[in-house]
Design a protein around this ligand. Structure first.
Ligand code: ADP
Length: 542
């Protein structure tokens, strides 16, 4: 027997429609790549997103066509997200931090028909345009006054396209399983692979993102997603903000702590989200200037592990709760998040802090387990670590164009490539990426734990740990450190510092000082490149 409720396809245009009707005056503030600031509200976003849909139709984009964006977080980017996906096309968010060869690969692989780009990326695209096989139209996201002189053939001006449309448009209805957006993984191994989200998966992900135990975005929230819209859907915040009618602050190309902080105070930001590197800079800025965080109440940290010292400082010094989250492009990205549950809420503060350093508990809709190499599920004891597997309605089924073959096992589990354990309270902890784990004498050393402990040292600005061949133990850890300006640090001093923070046999066998570490396009330390840099390194003879 079937239920007798309405069949209402879960389409992302519903979020904007909801915001337009119920929160028309909630503000959206956007920093423009061409300079200056733009302010409007959900009514304005709704009107212009409709005009954007009309303009895209006029340019020849139809259902299923890929409309690529190469853009910072901005109101225009929001308009394309809703405009392109809302009309049935697929919004492909291209990460401008990828290498040019990867950009060519991705845009050709996605078969993007229209490329809409910020003025900042025009020189980059001009260099590779001759290799882009499918792009028919380039649209530059500026007004007429800022239209650059460009070699991009027939380049169009976004604001002119919008002005020419009436906005008299109704969002079409279609199957909720229709493709909505496309995002490529950064290709830490091999070519980048496309993750094709559906309207349904984005919709369900948003409903969960709105819960108080997750992002906790509500109509009273002012949210600033510093995490870029081209990186794993900006963790779902653009949809969640519209779904809640929250005030939305978009930082454009601005990533320096000083200006971010000024915007945060001026706009009264209550929730913000980014990778640890951004917060490292912000905390230094606060320390140097003696300022506070204004109305900020929650900072979401994910993408890489949040070090204990960072969580502690935000909470104890600035009164800002840290929600440490785990996810990946393949998981839309919300997988787990560290809000407190009944089991831990009465534990002592320092124990709770230990738990916050973990990557959180699965959000509703995501199932998680840890398996050993033979496929046996490991106990939830906080110690047994193995491959982290996930499944659920916003977890990938297969990569775009089936790249890489079958992505799931027979029980529909997706192997995340992360090594982790789950504790008795349900909190998951990433101990490493499978390929970064250091195998010493048959036991595993977590490079992440060592790195997090090392960055707690006052002379350390950034730290990475890689496994180096060792004749007796197979591999041993090498700690690579970027010292703070003017500071020095020795191997002995570092090991002394780490002694009470990690197991004794984990202590690095050597320390290398470098001026900078290689980073991936998503801002994480590139262990692949670091290993290449140190491929001829060998430990000093004892
Ligand atoms: P890539 O880095 O390959 O582009 P993603 O950006 O999708 O891929 O990152 C996903 C990976 O980032 C996860 O598999 C995990 O290794 C890492 N990650 C995400 N959040 C955290 C976290 N809070 N702590 C540690 N690692 C994390």
């Amino acid at each position: 027997m079937l239920g007798q409720m309405q069949d209402w396809p879960l389409l992302v245009s519903r979020f904007l429609e909801h915001a337009n009707v119920n929160h028309p005056n909630s503000e959206i503030v956007s920093q423009l790549p061409e300079g200056g600031e733009f302010r409007y509200n959900y009514r304005g976003l709704s009107e212009r997103a409709k005009k954007c849909a009309q303009a895209l139709t006029r340019l020849g984009a139809g259902s299923g066509d890929r409309v690529a964006t190469m853009a910072w977080n901005s109101h225009r980017h929001m308009e394309i997200w809703f405009g392109a996906s809302g009309m049935g096309a697929v919004t492909h968010t291209v990460n401008p931090r990828l290498f040019p060869e990867q950009l060519v690969y991705i845009i050709n692989h996605a078969e993007d028909k229209i490329l809409m780009l910020d003025i900042s990326f025009v020189p980059l695209i001009e260099k590779i345009a001759s290799q882009l096989k499918t792009v028919e139209k380039y649209v530059i996201l500026v007004g007429k006054d800022h239209m650059p002189d460009t070699s991009l053939e027939g380049a169009l001006c976004y604001e002119e396209l919008i002005e020419a449309e009436s906005g008299d448009y109704s969002w079409p209805s279609f199957d909720e399983n229709t493709a909505c957006s496309l995002c490529y993984t950064s290709g830490t191994t091999g070519n980048p692979k496309g993750v094709l989200y559906s309207h349904r998966s984005n919709f369900l992900h948003t409903l969960v993102a709105l819960s108080g135990d997750t992002l906790g975005v509500g109509a009273r929230t002012t949210i600033m997603p510093v995490v870029p819209m081209f990186h794993a859907n900006a963790w779902g915040i653009p949809y969640a903000a519209a779904g809640a009618g929250a005030k939305l602050v978009l930082n454009g190309p601005i990533h320096d702590p000083e200006t971010l902080h000024t915007i945060m105070l001026k706009e009264g930001v209550t929730i913000t989200a980014a990778v640890p590197t951004i917060w490292l800079g912000m905390l230094k800025h606060l320390e140097a200037t003696g300022q506070d965080c204004g109305k900020l109440s929650v900072v979401m940290i994910g993408g890489s592990a949040a070090p204990r010292s960072m969580i502690e400082t935000f909470q104890n010094k600035y009164g800002v709760r840290v929600n440490h989250a785990w996810g990946m492009t393949e998981t839309s990205p919300l997988g787990s998040l560290g809000t407190e549950n009944q089991a831990i809420c009465d534990l002592p503060e320092d124990v709770k802090l230990d738990i916050q350093c973990k990557q959180g508990r699965p959000v509703l809709g995501v199932e998680m387990c840890v398996q050993d190499e033979d496929g046996n599920e490991l106990p939830r004891d906080g110690k047994s670590s193995g491959r982290l597997l996930v499944r659920g309605p916003w977890i990938i089924k297969s990569y775009f164009k089936n790249e890489g073959g079958e992505a799931l096992d027979d029980d529909n589990w997706f192997d995340t490539g992360d090594v982790s354990c789950i504790d008795e309270y349900g909190y998951m902890q990433i101990t490493d990426r499978a390929k970064d784990v250091i195998k010493s004498g048959g036991e595993w050393i977590s490079s992440i734990d060592l790195e997090n402990a090392a960055v707690g040292h006052p002379s350390v600005a950034e730290a990475a740990v890689i496994g180096i061949f060792h004749p007796k133990w197979d591999e041993r850890p090498l700690l690579v450190v970027v010292p703070e300006k003017g500071a020095t640090v020795s191997h002995a001093e570092m090991n002394e510092f780490l002694m009470d923070k990690v197991a004794k046999w984990w202590l690095p066998d050597d320390l290398a000082i470098v001026t900078e570490l290689p980073h991936t396009a998503t801002g994480k330390i590139s262990k692949k490149d670091l290993r290449a840099e140190f491929k001829d390194y060998s430990f000093p003879k004892a």
